[in-house]
Design a protein around this ligand. Structure first.
Ligand code: PXP
Length: 260
């Protein structure tokens, strides 16, 4: 499987001090050395981590293809059109969220903005991916809209895994609605995996390329890597977290070896 390394969290660390260190640009060269296949960044409307200048420098210098996550906000879309990354992944954005909590709303009435933005960027030869929940309806809608890729949101699976097998439930970040019996969590986890498998199969039948990501780490990625048809994983937080202790090159190499 291909590995896209999401380097937003390097900018998160920089923004914690509002200075110019660490510089996410440095990560692109280390990622290439470590065997990554793609650099992923998210230019959020609130610029809470990655800034316009980061994206410009990363796209101008990256030895690897760049996948730029963005919302359908017209100002953001204009920046993406101007910078022309290899791929644009449309994601939903809410100001108050800690991270991207779910896939795009793919119901018909929400189509018009997405449709317009998608075709605007496609006309500039930017490959288009849509970050969606793993449902047949969302996959079908992505195909109808003309996307080339879907990225399946693995956040629900990751939350279930962390509550079932990790120690999240023992911490103040426990997810209250998932504080339930382990047997129930196990069943829900199986269902979440089955949904990802089914959505992958469905996307494959439609001729869509399939990526997946969000909340994946060195433990929970083991089942995801077995899903036939997923071509690429975009992983950020767990790699950057491990890099604090091991260095970025080793953290990327270890993830790449796990999913290869
Ligand atoms: N893919 C998409 C579309 C995302 O929005 C994110 C989070 O920015 C990721 C992958 C990476 O998620 P994580 O940092 O949890 O690995």
């Amino acid at each position: 499987m291909l590995l896209g390394v999401n380097i937003d969290h390097i900018a998160v660390l920089r923004e914690a001090r509002k200075i110019n260190d660490p510089d996410p640009l440095q990560a692109i060269y280390i990622a290439q050395l470590a065997g990554a296949d793609q650099i992923t960044v998210h230019l959020r409307e609130d610029r809470r981590h990655i800034h316009d200048d980061d994206v410009r420098r990363i796209i101008e210098n990256s030895p690897l293809p760049v996948n730029l996550e963005c919302s359908v906000d017209p100002d953001i879309v204009e920046i993406v059109a101007d910078l022309r990354p290899h791929r644009a992944t449309f994601v939903p954005e809410k100001r108050e969220e800690v991270t991207t909590e779910g896939g795009l709303n793919m119901d018909e009435p929400n189509f018009s903005n997405l449709d317009k933005a998608l075709h605007y960027l496609k006309a500039r030869e930017i490959e288009i991916s849509l970050f969606i929940d793993p449902t047949k309806e969302a996959v079908r809608a992505a195909k109808t809209l003309g996307a080339e890729w879907v990225e399946l949101h693995t956040g629900h699976y990751a939350n279930l895994y962390a509550m079932r097998y990790g120690n999240l439930s023992k911490t103040h970040h426990s997810i209250p609605e998932l504080e339930i019996e382990r047997s129930k969590l196990t069943k829900m986890l199986e269902k979440a995996l089955a949904d990802l498998e089914e959505a992958t199969e469905y996307a494959d039948e439609f001729g869509l390329n399939v990526a997946a990501g969000h909340g994946l780490n060195y433990q929970n990625v083991q089942s995801i890597r077995k899903i036939e048809g997923i071509q690429e994983l975009n992983i950020g937080q767990s790699i950057v977290a491990r890099s604090v202790f091991t260095g970025l090159e080793r953290a990327i190499r270890e993830m790449k070896a796990l999913i290869a």
